[in-house]
Write a protein that binds this ligand. Structure first.
Ligand code: HEC
Ligand code: HEC
Ligand code: HEC
Ligand code: HEC
Ligand code: HEC
Length: 496
């Protein structure tokens, strides 16, 4: 007896399967058609506006704005002033001087340009004008290196590099070896000019080309100080769990240096583009501008980098000699990238752009807020995507962190001012220079720490525990200095 097999396609389970597969296939087709239509729609909205061709020579953001009007409009709105309890430039009526607001700073920075003029930051639209007009520039000679973070200079550097004999042309892609050689040569050359000469070479504050590839709008870093600084950080071996691409590079053969534009993830670049400027740096006449990241990003690691550094003239690293005590002091500048690096947000993969450039919906597409400002003005988009607390509650948490930081910072500034006053008195009383030396070092350490938190612009929010740790150390070093003076008998001598 032969059993006639049922034809394959009439077997019930096969038929069911086919039906299901057919339905699935149809769904997939419809879905992909839909996806196709909607991306087309979104692309259409973006590319139908592609009215101009952008290339590596297009500096003027208004030209980029023809293709991307929404981002350009928001970018222009960085000219709007605002104030929060600790952020922004304040309202136009109020004094915006950080020295008038806190006279202790005049004592702490005595002998340095910051004691003359030190203002609240404001929006990106002002960065070039504010630098051109600050008394720190108009009454003191400064170098072209100041422009590194206050202008769109991606093209100016390359042009200057070409003039210095770097190979290739401006048409080459930014990441090509020739373009990189142009960039670095121009950066060195412009940094050596006087500020007055150098500033004639730039026209715009930070612009689209400094953060974006003109061909595909991908994020990129273009500032030489950052490109070199992040290479040094990668080489340091100091753990940076919040920057996984560096950890990955370290595990590789290290044949070529770490390159953010090749190695970093998009999420890392969403912080790195800001880290091009919102960082501690050396910028002065003695050597080329650099970011002090050779030993890591923490306050004492940066201090150790400076302590180990000697200038080309053989001298020890310091920013200025304190006018009253003679201490060789360090000035901290806006270490946002460094402090953020120590916080729970960085550790959880939250980038600067997540909070300061949150997504907003425009029609069918999501775009990034290019009006870079305080996230407290936009808590729903900046924070509530992750935190399900009411706006008022989130704001209260931020302000609580800031108030606590401020209270501790006040105590730390008091400690530094007291030490300065005691040191000055001891000098006047004739205590020998050699005996004061270790105490001047304590002034350097205490001041560097209090300044690190003061110059950082989030009033502790970017890493609350780290800020408190730093301020605790500042108070300790300041008071240790006073005790050491007392042990010398200098306190008594001073009172006479
Ligand atoms: C989790 C969200 C968050 C992240 C991530 C974050 N910030 Fe902030 N940032 C804040 C908040 C909140 C403030 C305080 C704003 C205020 O006081 O108005 C602030 C303040 C600032 C300020 C001063 C703003 C002002 O209005 O004066 C700057 C500059 C800044 N951040 C830069 C950065 C940079 C650069 C990074 C990345 C390295 C970063 N922030 C990462 C939330 C964040
Ligand atoms: C080219 C350097 C540069 C880059 C890149 C840069 N900033 Fe700034 N930023 C500045 C300068 C300079 C100022 C202060 C301008 C002034 O006060 O005139 C500033 C001011 C700010 C302020 C204060 C705004 C206000 O209105 O008070 C915030 C917030 C800020 N930046 C966040 C960021 C974030 C976030 C990024 C990355 C997406 C970023 N910045 C990238 C240089 C830069
Ligand atoms: C590594 C990047 C970088 C370099 C180099 C740099 N700045 Fe800035 N500057 C910033 C950032 C970021 C801010 C905004 C944050 C703040 O005000 O703390 C700022 C703010 C300022 C401001 C406005 C607030 C204030 O302090 O009064 C002035 C003026 C200024 N810089 C002048 C200078 C001068 C002069 C130089 C050269 C000695 C210089 N900058 C070099 C990044 C830089
Ligand atoms: C300080 C750096 C910075 C500058 C300057 C800047 N952008 Fe962006 N831009 C960003 C970041 C960060 C994103 C988010 C990118 C991402 O997540 O991939 C972005 C995203 C974009 C996108 C992709 C769509 C979107 O909105 O997310 C466009 C288009 C864009 N920017 C246009 C511009 C234009 C035009 C200018 C100049 C007027 C400009 N950008 C200036 C940092 C910058
Ligand atoms: C992309 C997600 C994300 C965004 C955006 C974000 N946070 Fe967070 N936040 C976290 C994570 C993750 C933690 C770690 C604690 C946890 O796991 O809940 C955290 C912790 C905190 C903490 C407690 C830790 C600390 O630093 O003391 C505060 C306060 C906070 N966030 C406030 C804010 C505010 C305010 C904003 C907006 C300016 C914001 N966050 C934006 C993810 C986010």
């Amino acid at each position: 007896m032969t059993e006639q097999p049922t034809p394959l396609f009439s077997r019930p389970w096969v038929r069911m399967g086919l039906l299901a597969a057919g339905a699935a296939l149809a769904t997939v087709l419809v879905m992909s058609l839909y996806a196709n239509i909607s991306t087309r729609k979104a692309e259409g909205r973006q590319t139908s506006l592609k009215v101009v061709d952008l290339d590596e020579k297009t500096v003027d953001p208004a030209i980029w704005g023809k293709n991307f009007p929404s981002q350009f409009d928001a970018y222009k709105r960085t000219a709007e002033k605002y104030s929060t309890k600790y952020g922004g430039a304040g309202s136009e009526g109020l004094p915006k001087s950080r020295i008038q607001e806190d006279p202790r700073l005049v004592t702490i920075f005595d002998g340095y340009a910051f004691a003359i003029d030190f203002n609240q930051r404001q929006g990106h639209a002002y960065m070039l004008d504010d630098q051109r007009t600050t008394k720190r520039v108009t009454t003191k000679p400064q170098t072209g290196a100041c422009l590194h973070c206050h202008a769109s200079n991606t093209v100016a550097y390359r042009e200057a590099g070409l003039q210095k004999g770097a190979p290739g042309s401006l048409d080459e892609a930014f990441t090509s070896p020739n373009a990189q050689a142009q960039l670095m040569a121009g950066f060195e050359a412009i940094g050596k000019l006087t500020y007055v000469e150098a500033t004639k070479l730039v026209k715009h504050p930070v612009a689209c080309i400094d953060c974006h590839d003109p061909k595909n709008m991908a994020l990129r870093v273009t500032k030489p100080g950052f490109i070199r600084g992040i290479v040094a950080l990668a080489r340091s071996g100091e753990p940076v769990p919040h920057l996984p691409s560096i950890e990955k590079w370290r595990k590789g053969d290290k044949a070529t240096p770490y390159d953010a534009n090749r190695d970093a993830s998009r999420q890392e670049l969403r912080s790195m583009v800001c880290g091009q400027c919102h960082v501690e740096y050396y910028c002065g006449p003695k050597t080329t501008l650099f970011f002090p990241w050779d030993k890591g990003l923490k306050v004492e690691q940066i201090e150790a980098t400076y302590d180990a550094y000697t200038f080309p003239d053989g001298g020890r690293f310091f920013d200025w000699k304190h006018a009253r005590t003679g201490a060789e002091a360090l000035k901290a500048q806006h270490p946002e990238f460094e402090l953020w690096s120590q916080g729970v947000h960085a550790r959880s993969g939250v980038s600067c752009a997540d909070c300061h450039m949150p997504y907003k919906r425009e029609g069918a597409i999501k775009i990034s807020e290019h009006q870079v400002r305080s996230p407290l003005l936009d808590i729903s988009r900046a924070c509530q995507t992750c935190h399900r607390f009411p706006e008022e509650e989130l704001k209260a948490r931020v302000v609580a962190i800031q108030d606590r930081t401020k209270a501790l910072m006040d105590r730390a500034e008091d400690a530094v001012v007291d030490l300065i006053n005691n040191l000055e008195a001891a000098k006047k009383a004739g205590v020998e220079e050699a005996r004061l030396k270790p105490i001047l070092e304590l002034q350097r350490k205490a001041q560097w720490r209090v300044d690190f938190v003061n110059a950082e612009n989030s009033m502790g929010f970017h890493a609350p525990q780290e800020a408190a740790r730093i301020l605790g150390e500042a108070i300790d070093f300041g008071r240790q200095g006073q005790i050491a003076l007392r042990d010398l008998g200098a306190g008594k001598a001073a009172k006479k």
